[in-house]
Write a protein that binds this ligand. Structure first.
Ligand code: FES
Ligand code: FE
Length: 418
C-alpha cells in the first residue's frame, strides 16, 4: 500500500488519487501513522473552568477523561479502570473529585490515584498495592486555551508542532480571553475526514458557488466571495486563508485595548482588516472567524471544529463556539446567533458543505476499474510565487490557490511513510 501511495500521491505536481478518500486500508494506515502519532485537539480549557470539572473526549478513537484537579492543573487519563478494564466514566461532563468504577466500585481520585477499594482489608488482606494501580495518564499540552493530546510519547512539543502557525492562532484564540459557550455541537456525516480538512485549509474557491445563495440573501457581504486576501501555509501541513480587507470592524469595540495588549501591532492590523479567516491545524482541527449580518450589524463569530474520523467514509463533526469572555452579553448572544445561522448543524454554510462532502465520499467509492486511474486536480496556483506578508509562513497574495492542500498532503504522505 505504501509503495502504491508513494507512486500515486503527488502533491508537488498537484495529483491526489481519489482512492485516498475511500480505501479502508488507507484509513487503517492513517490511524496508525497520523492519528496515533500527532497532536489531536481535545477541547478548550474554558470547558472545564472549575476545580474538579471534567469532560470525556476522544483521542484517536479512545476515550479519555480530561479533568481539572484541586490545584487547577488539567490532567487526562485513559478512561479504563485498572482492575478489570471497565470504562470508568460514562458521562459527557460533570464535576467530580473522584471517579467510582461502575463494575466493582474502585475509587480513583481525579489526579489518577487509586484511593479506595471496597472491602479492601477484608478481601485482599495487606497485599494490594494501590500505588501501582493508578489510571494511565495521557500526554496533553495546551496553546492559548486549546488543549491537545497525543498517544506518542516521542512527539515533539505542541509548541514545536504548531511552529510559525501560532502567529495566526494568536489572532484566532489569543486575541482576548476566550470561552466556549454551550456544549460543542456534534453530528455524524458520511464523509471522509480529509475532505473537511482540505476544504478549510485552503478552499475559498468553492464559496462563490456552493454558498452563492447566502450572498444573495444579504447575510454576508458579497465581497466575502471574492478571492481578495492571502493564502498562507506553514510546516507540518497547517494552513489558512485570510480574507482581507474589510472596511467594517466586526469585533466588539469595547475590547480593542484587550486585543492590543494580547497581539503584536502586525497581528492587530490583520485582525482589524479581517473579512474572514479559515484554516486547518493538521490533521483535522479546522477553524473559522466569519462575519455575518445579524439584524443589520456585522458580527464576527469564531468556531473551531474537528472532523473526527469514525471510519473511512464517516466522521463526527464537533463544532465549538468561542467568544470573547469580556464582550458585552448582548454581543455574545448575537455572535452565537450568527454561528448557529451559518456553521452548525442548522447553519446554511454547514448544510451546503456537508452535502458536497458526502457526495464526494460516495463518488470516491466508485467501481475499481474506474477508480484506479482517477486523480483529483490540485494544480491551482502551481505557477505562482510566494509574496511577502507581515506574518510568517509561505504566503500567496490571493486566496484562490491549492498550495495549502498540496502542503497538507505533502505532510500527510510524510507521516504515512514514517
Ligand atoms: Fe473497575 Fe472492577 S473493573 S472495579
Ligand atoms: Fe464552505
Amino acid at each position: 500500500l505504501l509503495e502504491h501511495l508513494n507512486d500515486t500521491v503527488k502533491p508537488e505536481v498537484g495529483e491526489i488519487p481519489a482512492y485516498v478518500l475511500a480505501d479502508p486500508k488507507v484509513y487503517d494506515l492513517e490511524h496508525k501513522k497520523v492519528f496515533m502519532k500527532t497532536w489531536i485537539f481535545i477541547g478548550h480549557e474554558s470547558e472545564i473552568p472549575n476545580k474538579n470539572d471534567y469532560m470525556l473526549r476522544d483521542l484517536a478513537g479512545y476515550s479519555i477523561i480530561v479533568s481539572r484537579n484541586a490545584d487547577s492543573s488539567i490532567k487526562a487519563f485513559y478512561n479504563m479502570c485498572t482492575h478489570r478494564g471497565m470504562k470508568l466514566c460514562r458521562a459527557d461532563k460533570g464535576n467530580k473529585s473522584a471517579f467510582v468504577c461502575p463494575y466493582h466500585g474502585f475509587n480513583f481520585k481525579n489526579n489518577g490515584d487509586l484511593i479506595g477499594v471496597p472491602l479492601q482489608k477484608n478481601i485482599y488482606g495487606e497485599e494490594l498495592d494501590k500505588s501501582t494501580m493508578g489510571l494511565t495518564e495521557v500526554r496533553i499540552e495546551s496553546y492559548k486555551g486549546l488543549l491537545f493530546g497525543t498517544w506518542n510519547d516521542e512527539a515533539e512539543s505542541l509548541d514545536d508542532f504548531l511552529g510559525d502557525f501560532k502567529w495566526y492562532l494568536d489572532i484566532l484564540v489569543g486575541r482576548a480571553e476566550m470561552e466556549v459557550l454551550g456544549a460543542p455541537q456534534r453530528f455524524v456525516i458520511h464523509s471522509n475526514w480529509k475532505i473537511g480538512a482540505d476544504n478549510f485549509v485552503g478552499d475559498s474557491y468553492h464559496t462563490m458557488v456552493t454558498h452563492g445563495s447566502i450572498a444573495k440573501l444579504g447575510m454576508v457581504p458579497s465581497a466575502t466571495y471574492s478571492k481578495m486576501g492571502y493564502q498562507i501555509h506553514s510546516e507540518n501541513g497547517h494552513g489558512l486563508n485570510l480574507g482581507t480587507p474589510n472596511p467594517d470592524f466586526a469585533f466588539p469595540e469595547e475590547l480593542i485595548e484587550e486585543y492590543k495588549s494580547n497581539l503584536s501591532s502586525e497581528q492587530f492590523e490583520v485582525l482589524s482588516n479581517l473579512k474572514n479567516m479559515i484554516g486547518n491545524i493538521f490533521p483535522h482541527l479546522s477553524f473559522l472567524i466569519s462575519h455575518t449580518k445579524v439584524k443589520g450589524q456585522l458580527i464576527s463569530n469564531t468556531t473551531v471544529r474537528l472532523w473526527r474520523p469514525i471510519d473511512h467514509d464517516k466522521m463526527e463533526v464537533i463544532a465549538w463556539f468561542l467568544v470573547e469572555k469580556n464582550a458585552p452579553e448582548d454581543w455574545k448572544r448575537r455572535s452565537r446567533e450568527s454561528f448557529v445561522l451559518t456553521f452548525s448543524p442548522s447553519g446554511i454554510f454547514e448544510q451546503d458543505d456537508t452535502e458536497v462532502f458526502t457526495d464526494i465520499t460516495a463518488a470516491a467509492k466508485g467501481p475499481m476499474p474506474v477508480m484506479k486511474n482517477l486523480t483529483y486536480n490540485y494544480t491551482m496556483g502551481l505557477h505562482r510565487k510566494p509574496v511577502d506578508f507581515i506574518g510568517p509562513g509561505v504566503a500567496y497574495d490571493d486566496k484562490f490557490s491549492e498550495a495549502n492542500q498540496r502542503n497538507f498532503y505533502k505532510y500527510w504522505l510524510e507521516l504515512m511513510n514514517s
